[in-house]
Design a protein around this ligand. Structure first.
Ligand code: NDP
Length: 505
């Protein structure tokens, strides 16, 4: 490990806070005291900030602010049109600071700035616009079948949401959580990953410069085991929305279960990317490289198990390796960079450890397999690919979460589908084929929440997104988020007098 060096603040393109604190009831918590955690730039290993951890008392203060804003404040009681106006103010203020937010994300998470500015930041803005629209169009139900009654079903906000997110795409993922939670009249406390507090700290500060009432959007910073656990366990929290690893998801679900709180879990993946002999090979190659290497390879929906029809396997692998070697690994602030550093040192070591694990299971290293030789600082690794011997190998079963592709070869499409399904995960699946029945067979038979046919990584916010099996519980979409973040209330009224028993008359 290199020594952590101090950061020269005069070279920062936008201000970076010296201490990332919590933000509660419309105000920043002071920087004094508290347990400190270094915030390191993964590109340069400089100490760019410090995180001041929220202890249980601070978490309780954040929940109290959200509780008060929900129980007594105007937000849940406003008309949807008033709320929509504020949601659009939020979108505007965030997009006005698009370059600053992209910079903070890149400095902290190591994601390539072109990717963050081009995809994550617009998605963040769109999340607020989209859920403002969804909430404004949401309607209830009415039942008239049982005479003489009219039963109406209205949906009410569920209360205070605990929103917990990972480090791999903080802006894109957590903005969706905030927007989908508050759009329906709820209030929230967000806990970002301890590794990436900077962009979201600024987002919550900016949200609180709009007309949103104090206490609707709060943030606590700290480690999962301390701050996160205190938040999930707090009796003032009504609902928990979590995105992160499967092991953490289990712990959170069981903690939330003790309080009978509904939980939505977006967890890991080990998704199959099936390349058939009838694929448009050029597009399949482009899509497969993006599917595994974009976002520095750190994405739940990566196509990390690439299954090749034996007839095209050798030529596909040769082209994939050739292209992998030419991918630009570099400073994430550079416009030309394709892949930046991994998010933190421990994570890079974990990803690289899979090179030996692969070899122990008999895999052949096709390309990469080591830290990138071009850098003496930062957590850069070479785009890596291995050919596995069987789907039982650990590199086929465990989520590696880095620029690390695993190939397998199959002989017919039924075998490919069987391999795809031999996994504890079931988040997404990809298939490349110009033959419609083959593509549809994969789509109908692979057990995963989303199947992409001849396209990588396309998110349609209106449609459900979420995982089968150990990839999660629940879905994100307009309708699913409405169901998750609201309670249904049935009110029954007789439309005329009806004979009623007269006990004691
Ligand atoms: P983790 O599960 O380690 O952490 C996710 C969040 O949970 C962090 O904020 C973490 O805090 C917090 N946390 C950890 N332990 C607890 C606890 N006991 N109680 C409450 N909160 C806790 O995931 P990573 O951050 O490492 O993210 C990578 C994982 O996220 C991958 O497995 C990936 O597949 C998954 N992911 C899933 C997505 C999906 O949509 N399905 C999308 C993106 C990522 P801290 O980090 O501060 O300890």
């Amino acid at each position: 490990m290199n020594a952590i060096t101090p950061f020269d603040r005069s070279k920062a393109r936008f201000p970076i806070p010296e201490v990332a604190t919590s933000f509660i009831n419309g105000a920043s918590v002071g920087a004094a005291g508290g347990h400190r955690i270094p915030v390191i730039s993964p590109a340069t290993e400089e100490l760019i900030s410090e995180l001041r951890e929220a202890d249980a008392d601070e978490v309780a203060a954040a929940v109290a602010a959200a509780r008060n804003a929900f129980d007594k404040g105007p937000w849940p009681r406003m008309s949807v049109d008033e709320r929509k106006k504020i949601m659009l103010q939020i979108k505007d203020v965030l997009m006005k600071h698009a370059d600053e937010l992209a910079y903070l994300e890149t400095m902290n998470a190591g994601l390539a700035v072109t990717h963050v500015r081009g995809f994550h930041v617009p998605r963040m803005g769109f999340n607020f616009e989209f859920f403002a629209e969804v909430a404004s169009q949401a309607a209830g139900d009415a039942y008239t079948q049982t005479k003489p009654y009219l039963s109406i079903v209205t949906r009410e906000p569920i209360g205070v949401g605990a929103l917990i997110g990972p480090w791999n795409a903080p802006l894109a993922l957590c903005s969706m959580k905030i927007a989908s939670c508050i759009a329906f009249g709820n209030t929230c406390v967000l806990k970002p990953s301890e590794f990436t507090p900077l962009s979201l700290r600024r987002v919550v500060e900016l949200i609180n410069t709009t007309d949103i009432p104090k206490g609707v959007v709060n943030l606590v910073n700290g480690r999962g085991q301390t701050t996160g656990d205190a938040l999930v366990s707090h009796p003032g929290v009504d609902v928990v929305s979590f995105t992160g690893g499967t092991t953490t998801g289990r712990a959170i679900a069981s903690r939330a279960g003790q309080g009978l709180k509904p939980v939505a879990l977006e967890l890991g993946g080990k998704s199959a990317n099936i390349i058939t002999a009838t694929a448009n090979m050029e597009r399949a190659l482009d899509g497969s490289l993006l599917g595994i290497y974009s976002n520095n390879g750190q994405q739940c929906l990566a196509g990390s198990r690439i299954l090749l029809d034996r007839k095209i396997a050798d030529s596909f692998v040769a082209k994939f390796v050739e292209r992998s070697k030419k991918i630009i690994v570099g400073d994430p602030l550079e416009q030309k960079t394709n892949i930046g550093p991994l998010a933190y040192e421990g994570h890079m070591k974990r990803v690289l450890s899979y090179v030996d694990i692969a070899k122990q299971d008999g895999a052949e290293l096709l390309t990469g397999g080591a830290a990138h030789p071009g850098f003496n600082k930062g957590y850069y690794m070479q785009p890596t690919a291995v050919m596995a011997k069987s789907n039982a190998a650990r590199v086929c079963q465990e989520e590696i979460f880095g620029p690390f592709a695993t190939f397998l070869v199959y002989d017919d499409i039924d075998e490919a589908i069987a391999i795809a399904n031999q996994s504890d995960f079931g988040l997404v699946g990809y298939v490349w084929s110009e033959h419609l029945p083959t593509a549809m067979k994969v789509s109908q038979n692979v057990r995963a929440g989303t199947i992409w046919v001849n396209t990588p990584l396309t998110r349609e916010l209106r449609a459900p997104f979420g995982g089968y099996k150990h990839s999660g519980i629940g879905r994100d979409s307009a309708e699913d988020c409405k169901m998750f973040f609201t309670e249904a209330k049935t009110t029954t009224i007789p439309l005329e007098d009806f004979p009623m028993a007269k006990w004691g008359a």
